[in-house]
Design a protein around this ligand. Structure first.
Ligand code: VTB
Length: 314
């Protein structure tokens, strides 16, 4: 079932409102307070909407997160039944340290259509729509993926750029990419936005790879779907607790490689509002007693756009 286009504006208001609430905590070097401000604001505004919403990706399980926990019901209960994935503050370090790239992010689908991802790591791969879908795969070696991308773009290896989180766990991939002479874009956090850099040649990223948060993978997949990009993910379970949780969520094949259509089924809407300015959108600005926000919106069946909002400071 397609989502009503009129929902777009409502959800842009919600991520904008969360970004504005977080704005006063930019640069306070306190991740917790910044995250709480965005989460509180997002939850309050979601609860005013005429929807019958349920959090499928949120701040954690009920025992860890009092707000926007997985399974929490949101909205007045009067409208359409929708699943909601939230990351009220993606890039907590960016906001706390006043660095580029903090976002407030949300994705929605009709009930049952967004993957209920466990809070574990995910091995990810994303490439742009110009690359044939069978040219890259999580199961190919890094060398094969890179060579196939170069062939399909008719470019030399040293003209390609791979984006990944700068983490010790990626030492081996980084070494291989360096040997191939591929350029690196090593991000310190924020892999929702990292994955989205394959969506447009203007970002100059040919592949996003590596291990990041599973929930962030689902959020990115919703937007990448609208852009016609490829995304694959495989969860990585480290502890018995994580494995038991996954089983409770109905995941029995722990090594399953998820294709985009397994993660986001049918229609979805994705909104990411800038808190601090980054590659995708500008952060919250204050001018003439108003807040100005910018939101990247994708709706699989209608639009991909940057929506600007102004909100009076009261
Ligand atoms: C990423 C990134 C997040 O966590 O998912 C990353 O998108 C993965 O976890 O912004 P590690 O930090 O343990 O590598 C964040 O950096 C923070 O939630």
């Amino acid at each position: 079932m397609n989502l009503d286009k009129r929902l777009i504006d409502k959800f842009v208001d919600i991520t904008s409102c969360a970004s504005i609430a977080c704005h006063k905590y930019i640069g306070k070097n306190d991740k917790i307070i910044a995250d709480k401000a965005a989460t509180d604001a997002m939850r309050k505004s979601l609860n005013k909407l005429d929807i019958n919403g349920k959090v499928v990706i949120g701040e954690g399980e009920l025992d860890e997160a009092p707000m926007l926990y997985i399974g929490e019901k949101l909205g007045t209960g009067k409208g359409p039944s929708i699943d909601i994935a939230v990351d009220p503050l993606e890039g907590t370090n960016f906001a706390a340290k006043n660095l580029p790239g903090a976002l407030s992010v949300m994705a929605i689908s009709s009930k049952g259509n967004l993957f209920n991802a466990p809070e574990t790591y995910m091995d990810k791969l994303a490439v742009g729509k110009e690359i044939p879908k069978d040219a890259t795969d999580l199961d190919f070696s890094i060398e094969k993926n890179i060579k196939n991308i170069a062939d399909s773009k008719n470019m030399d290896l040293n003209e390609l750029t791979a984006c990944l989180l700068d983490r010790p766990r990626h030492k081996e991939i980084i070494e291989k990419l360096k040997n191939l002479k591929v350029n690196l874009k090593l991000i310190t956090d924020g892999d929702v936005s990292g994955a989205l850099l394959v969506s447009n040649p203007k970002y100059n990223v040919d592949i996003f790879i590596g291990i990041g948060g599973g929930p962030e993978g689902v959020l990115a997949a919703s937007a990448l779907d609208a852009f016609g990009c490829k995304f694959q993910g495989r969860f990585l379970f480290e502890t018995d607790k994580e494995i038991n949780r996954a089983k409770k969520m109905g995941i029995y094949d722990l090594n399953k490689k998820y294709e985009l259509e397994d993660i986001v089924r049918g229609d979805s809407i994705f909104c990411a509002t800038g808190i601090t300015s980054g590659d995708l959108v500008e952060g919250v600005k204050i001018e003439n007693n108003k807040y100005y926000t910018e939101t990247l919106v994708t709706h699989k069946n209608s639009t991909i756009d940057i929506i600007k909002k102004e909100v009076s400071i009261t």
